[in-house]
Design a protein around this ligand. Structure first.
Ligand SMILES: *Cc1c(COP(=O)(O)O)cnc(C)c1O
Length: 441
């Protein structure tokens, strides 16, 4: 997957989806030559170490076992349950509910909380658009709280001022898999007894004060979409220690799984399939080893990049003890690079085979977000003038600056060797040396 400096997050995901499609074709071929699965595996192993996703005969066998069993849905199969138990064990949560996607997990949690029209939900602007969509899907009003540039995460100091009488939920994100200061947010939520839902869709097994993210607030939501560190193409999960909340989530996520629990006349179908669970169980078997490799490489890369003036890796939020390393996020200060614009910096890296993304563009002022003010349902619920004022209020100046100077490497880069990390640092240092020329070119 090649990332050009000009590609947006959408393009980035498109690239990931294309890579996934290519591997599906590989799988079809491997299945057709079922007598020789070892040959197909060997052929794959010969490819790049950072190719994504990784799969082997285990994944293939899991899928075929489900196919042959005829038990394809969670109602009659056992693999979804097995995965939920394994994921709860991995995260140290009491309960896990698997869902059809990370978005499905968020929609389920907001549905179980009965978030709806008139309710405000606090979120950061430095996130994937799905966080925002989960709120607007329930016709609630998203309220942006600016970013702490050192961590790239929601600034917990700015949360109290955003809480109003209409606030019903705080939805912080552990962006990049790096832990945000969720404990400070839980503290800010306490006086009003507001629930805190962690969007941990990039943060499988990230930790705050030694405990997994998703267990600090009411619940945490995770994604297993194709680009994510743990994937079945699509899929998601919600973890919680609150059994009553779990029961409401189970009821909301399935038209027929509710133990008679009433969820305000609303619900959906956000169930994971047995096929996805089979793949996730196979992926889970290699997940911790991959995470250890990402972590070791990320720490080594940080030690190298910290020596380069103008490159500042993102720090963990207060209390953060482990990142999931979905994104390796850093600041690029062009003043230390002879004012070489970020786009040209990224171009120069790409030329050396070190593809990096410029990261998120400001979500809070995007066309997608602004369109909400023109949405007739929102105008009816909140009023046309209130929606116009909402657009004016969605200012996050710190985040705007961060979006201009941020860059990321995707998680797959961290699956390379130590030598690969050294090469990243060497290429950046050489670009810095040539920055004057490159700026003129
Ligand atoms: C991927 C992601 C989601 C949505 O997950 P899907 O499985 O793609 O629906 C939500 N929030 C964040 C921060 C994500 O990265």
């Amino acid at each position: 997957m090649k990332l050009k400096s000009s590609v947006s997050r959408r393009g980035f995901l498109g690239g990931a989806a294309t890579a996934g499609a290519g591997l599906c074709l590989g799988l079809t071929k491997a299945s057709a030559a079922a007598e020789k699965p070892a040959a197909a595996t060997a052929k794959r192993a010969a490819k790049s170490a950072t190719e994504w996703p990784v799969w082997e005969t285990n994944d293939e066998k899991g899928l075929l076992d489900v196919l042959h069993s005829g038990k394809w849905g969670r109602g009659n199969g056992s693999r979804v349950k097995e995965f939920e138990n394994a994921y709860a064990a991995l995260t140290g949560a009491k309960f896990c509910l698997a869902t059809s996607s990370g978005t499905g997990a968020l929609l389920t949690a907001l549905g179980a909380l009965d978030i709806g029209p008139g309710d405000e939900v606090i979120l950061p602007p430095y996130t994937f658009v799905a966080t925002f969509n989960a709120i607007t899907h329930h016709y609630a009003l998203p309220v942006f709280v600016d970013t702490d540039p050192a961590t790239f995460q929601i600034d917990p100091k700015k949360v109290p001022a955003a809480i109003t009488a209409a606030t019903k939920l705080i939805l912080p994100v552990h962006i990049g898999g790096s832990p945000c200061d969720v404990d400070a947010i839980v503290e800010a939520a306490r006086p009003r007894k507001l629930p805190v839902l962690e969007d941990a869709c990039q943060a499988w097994s990230a930790q705050v004060r030694g405990a997994n993210v998703g267990t600090r607030g009411l619940a945490g939501c995770f994604s297993f979409q194709a680009s994510k560190n743990l994937t079945a193409g699509e899929g998601g999960a919600l973890i919680t220690n609150d059994e009553k909340f779990l029961d409401r989530c189970v009821a909301f996520h399935s038209p027929s799984g509710g133990k008679g629990i009433v969820t305000s006349g609303r619900g959906g179908n956000y169930r994971l399939t047995e096929f996805q669970a089979a793949v996730l169980l196979a992926q889970l078997a290699r997940f911790e080893q991959q995470q250890k490799l990402r972590e070791a490489n990320a720490n080594y890369l940080t030690s190298l990049l910290e020596k380069i003036p103008g490159i500042a890796p993102a720090r963990f939020g207060n209390g953060g003890t482990r990142s999931a390393w979905h994104l390796y996020m850093f600041h690029y200060d062009k003043r230390q690079f002879a004012n070489l614009p970020r786009a040209k910096f990224l171009e120069a890296l790409a030329k050396e085979g070190i593809a990096a993304s410029h990261g998120y563009t400001p979500l809070n002022t995007s066309a997608h977000v602004k369109a909400l003010a023109e949405n007739p349902h929102y105008q009816r619920i909140y009023g046309q003038q209130a929606m116009a004022r909402w657009v004016d209020r969605n200012q996050c100046p710190v985040n705007d600056r961060l979006c201009e100077e941020a860059a990321w490497f995707p998680q797959t880069k961290l699956l390379g060797s130590r030598r690969d990390m050294e090469r990243i640092a060497e290429v950046i240092a050489s670009v810095q040396k040539r920055a004057g020329e490159l700026a003129k070119a």
